[in-house]
Design a protein around this ligand. Structure first.
Ligand code: EPU
Length: 432
């Protein structure tokens, strides 16, 4: 992982809407990670297309290679992966403890090899981020779970994992993906209930079905999986879907500081929640197949305050909550943010307050923002990926200079973000 202590120095636009241009949206980080994990289920090579060039993808490859997976780079965004007949059963601690998404590998390793050892999962500090749903699911399939000081060891029963009925107490994206893949390696039928229906879950499921998996109910709350032999990826490439969070981030930036900002190569049907929210605030948005344009205009109407509740897909994504929080500082009136998914995702608001926003944080899930208020540049430290980008947006709209430290967090999930921003007209410099 890139931890070079780089920073961005941004000269703010002092509330002016000046940005103009187009941004090409990359493959989705949160679809790339399950795509790479799916290589463990395939008998033959798996070709993955449209991978984003981000640190989290590199970290996932750094986990797969020591397991025995051979990785061939075809182009910058296209890789071929081939898992050997026998893989190692231990996830590399140093990498896995910084990447929450690594947990997705545990089920396929357990299902294939009958055991897996992995560290306590890491990732962005946005809440407790437990893995009880995964462990409970593995137990239903007959696995025994041993927790030790630094991680876990799971062992399948002597005859291998068996199907069962698993109810997720919370809808979990990675949990649904992991147990869907694990169930393919178990004997008999598995029924997963209260499943996530994010586009990334569905894209993974569609790939698995094309490769021969028996999966029913994708996109609904109940998914049925019939276990069987490993899959034949053969000619069935995995094409990573466009990143709806990257797309939503640039739409929010467009509403905040854009004259005309167009995002291309995106999937507008995955963006309904953010497009509806921005339209309700008064932004002018047009959609044309795989492009979306947001217009602020030279003398734009002020944006209106709005209440935002984060929700599982197709509701408003938690991953865009901090970015919309910045936008609300510039909207007229009082807005309420209700973050329902994670309890650590409002801490960025303390920094917005120090930059000049009128914010009241009521509890770890709810805050009100009264706008519009000018923001002032300062030194800020990215605590995680999405809050890091929120600070960059705040810096763009602020008066004066902002220095955003710890940009390696942002680079985990946003590809060449400073180049995109510069092309739109942001005065941004990266300093090592
Ligand atoms: N949860 C449990 N137990 C579990 C797992 C989850 O209680 O074992 C709870 C969590 O505490 C949370 C809720 O379930 O309250 C949803 O968490 P989920 O498991 O869906 O999150 P995730 O799968 O770990 C993915 C994305 C996140 C995104 C969330 C929510 C990936 C690799 N990550 O995480 O993306 O915020 O879904 O949509 O797909 C990001 O990209 O910045 C990011 C954090």
């Amino acid at each position: 992982m890139n931890k070079d202590g780089s920073k961005f120095i941004i000269q703010g636009l002092a509330g002016k809407r000046r940005l103009v241009g187009r941004v090409r949206i990359n493959g989705a980080k949160n679809d790339a990670l399950p795509a790479l994990a799916a290589s463990l289920l395939c008998r033959d090579r798996l070709e993955i297309e449209n991978l984003p060039i981000i640190d989290d993808v590199t970290s996932m490859l750094d986990l797969l290679t020591p397991l025995g997976v051979t990785v061939k780079k075809i182009t910058a965004r296209q890789f071929e992966l081939k898992a050997p007949t026998k893989i190692s059963t231990k996830l590399h601690s140093d990498v896995a403890k910084h990447l929450r998404g690594a947990v997705i590998l545990t089920g396929p390793i357990l299902g294939r090899e009958g055991e897996v050892t992995f560290p306590h999962p890491g990732g962005c500090v946005i809440g407790a981020r437990p893995i009880d749903a995964f462990l409970d699911g593995f137990r239903v399939m007959g696995a025994t779970v041993r927790e030790f000081a630094t991680g876990y060891h799971l062992r399948a029963p002597p005859g291998g994992l068996r199907g069962g009925e698993i109810f997720f107490k919370n809808q979990t994206v990675t949990g649904t993906e992991t147990l869907m893949m694990t169930a393919l390696l178990a004997r008999g039928r598995t029924v997963l209930k209260n499943c996530a229906s994010e586009p990334e879950v569905i894209n993974l499921g569609h790939f698995l079905i094309r490769a021969g998996a028996a999966i029913r109910g994708l996109g609904s709350s109940t998914i049925e999986v019939t276990g069987g032999a490993r899959l034949r990826s053969g000619q069935h490439h995995y094409r990573v879907i466009p990143d709806r969070i990257e797309a939503g981030s640039f739409l929010i930036l467009g509403a905040l500081a854009g004259r005309v900002v167009t995002i291309t190569h995106c999937e507008p049907t995955h963006l309904e929640a953010v497009i509806n929210l921005l339209k309700s605030m008064g932004a002018i948005i047009t959609i044309d197949r795989h492009t979306v344009t947001v217009r602020g205009g030279v003398a734009p109407r002020p944006l209106r305050a709005i209440n935002v509740t984060t929700h599982e897909y197709p509701g408003f994504p938690t991953d865009l909550q901090a970015l919309v929080g910045v936008l609300l500082t510039q909207a007229t009136g009082e807005s309420l943010i209700f973050e329902t998914i994670f309890e650590g995702r409002l801490s960025y608001l303390h920094i917005l307050k120090e930059m000049g926003a009128t914010v009241t944080v009521h509890d770890p899930h709810r805050a009100t923002i009264l706008g519009p208020t000018p923001l002032n540049g300062r030194h800020v430290y990215s605590p995680d990926l999405r809050a890091g980008l929120a600070y960059i947006l705040a810096a763009i709209v602020a008066q004066g200079e902002t220095v955003v430290h710890n940009v390696h967090y942002v680079e985990r999930g946003y590809e060449r973000v400073e180049e995109h921003l510069r092309a739109l007209g942001v005065d941004i410099v990266k300093v090592p």
